[in-house]
Design a protein around this ligand. Structure first.
Ligand code: GLA
Length: 395
């Protein structure tokens, strides 16, 4: 994004010798967590600058090494991801004039993230979205979580999956991919059970960023993982997303109370500003939505499996974002709480509506709402879900 990333440039000839580079890129698969000494670290970072997957040291947090991984596809588009919070820090793709810029909010350096921006680009867990009053029951046991959002629990608590260092394994045969692993210990942030989590990001030649989430537990717990990327398809956060056009396959949404906890009703979108069955610009009806859009849409899925559920497009840049998921819900958040206090790496204020999130998920507060699809994971079961974001140019 202009001012956000040092990668905002026309990358002429970037991938010229693609085939050669492909061979070079069959590099050492790296388990960052296993790098206990400097010698090993040197050996693992072997990619040529133009390789499909590049790894560079970015800093350290909690005594653990933090890296920045650059996943490049055949077209030269690139996604950068850090193992701190599994954050997607940039997604550089061309607009209709071939000008490259990042379509997600992010920072050039780790310090931007350590200042706790509101979940920019991160993996959210153990429970994405809100749990009312920071409390839920499984069978007869009551669990108490941090109330880090007014009276409620939000996005995994004080130190959710967005603020921890994940172990990383890179893969360079086929499309570039990065698998992140995290063990969330029994009792962490109040949640029961040791939860082993894997998230694999794969960046395909079709400009799809695939996110495959899996988890296993040793005690019954709740799990709801998502990614919190903030998109602005213009590539410039000083242009709001109000002129972006959105279409969502959802004939119902979950109305909320003042604390943004669902009332339990699944309301028909018909005749409301939440009807995005046909494309509408975000700005068209936002004034009629108290506080702006920050709601869970009940996706109208045709069948089980990964399906196209939402399309965002921007006529200025000609870019389009498609969201595919197997999750039952989509939180559309229009960046209402961005208020200019956070600055881009280039020093520009990130104001209200500078970017929006389309977070695929189970419904907010599902642990307290038995009528909602369950988020309980039991020992022996496998949590597994796929979401893909795809960027292309409008035809
Ligand atoms: C989510 C929530 C919003 C807000 C943002 C982060 O999308 O639904 O209410 O908390 O995260 O600011």
């Amino acid at each position: 994004m202009a001012g956000l990333s040092s990668k905002n440039k026309n990358n002429n000839g970037y991938m010229k010798n693609w085939h050669q580079l492909f061979i070079v890129s069959i590099m050492v698969t790296t388990l960052a967590a296993a790098c206990n000494n400097a010698e090993e670290k040197k050996e693992t970072v072997t990619a040529a600058p133009e390789a499909k997957l590049k790894q560079e040291k970015w800093g350290s947090v909690d005594g653990k090494d933090v890296y920045l991984y650059t996943l490049t596809n055949k077209s030269g588009a690139e996604v950068t991801i850090t193992n701190y919070g599994g954050i997607v820090t940039s997604w550089v793709s061309p607009d209709k004039n071939g000008i490259k810029s990042s379509v997600v909010l992010g920072f050039d350096s780790l310090s931007g993230y350590l200042a706790r921006p509101p979940y920019f680009g991160a993996i959210i867990g153990r429970y994405g979205n809100r749990i009312a009053k920071g409390s839920f029951k499984i069978d007869t046991a009551t669990y108490t979580l941090a109330k880090n959002n007014g009276a409620n629990h939000l996005h995994g608590g004080d130190k959710g999956f967005d603020k921890v260092v994940w172990d990383a394994i890179t893969q360079t045969t086929g499309p570039a991919s990065l698998t992140l692993h995290y063990l969330s210990k029994d009792g962490e942030e109040g949640y029961p059970g040791n939860l082993k989590v894997n998230v694999t990001y794969t960046f395909t030649d079709d400009n799809e960023l695939n996110m495959e989430y899996s988890a296993e537990t040793d005690k019954p717990t709740v799990v709801n993982l998502t990614n919190h990327s903030y998109f602005n398809l213009t590539g410039d956060p000083s242009t709001t997303i109000l002129n972006h056009s959105l279409q969502v396959n959802a004939d119902r949404y979950t109305p909320v109370d003042k604390g943004l906890i669902p009332t339990g009703e699944l309301k028909d979108v018909k005749g409301t500003p939440f009807d995005f069955l046909q494309p509408h610009t975000i700005g068209e009806r936002i004034a009629a939505v108290d506080g702006g859009y920050d709601h869970n849409f009940v996706l109208t899925k045709k069948e089980k499996g990964v399906e196209l559920v939402a399309t965002l497009s921007d006529s200025l840049s000609g870019r389009k974002l498609e969201v595919f998921t197997e999750e039952p819900g989509l939180q559309f958040y229009s960046g209402n709480f961005l208020d200019g206090t956070i600055k881009t790496s280039g020093g520009k204020a990130i104001n209200k509506y500078a970017a929006l999130c389309l977070e695929t998920q189970h419904f907010p507060d599902a642990p307290n709402q038995p009528a909602f699809p369950s988020t309980i994971l039991k020992p022996g079961e496998k949590y597994h879900t796929i979401t893909k974001y795809k960027i292309s140019l409008n035809k």
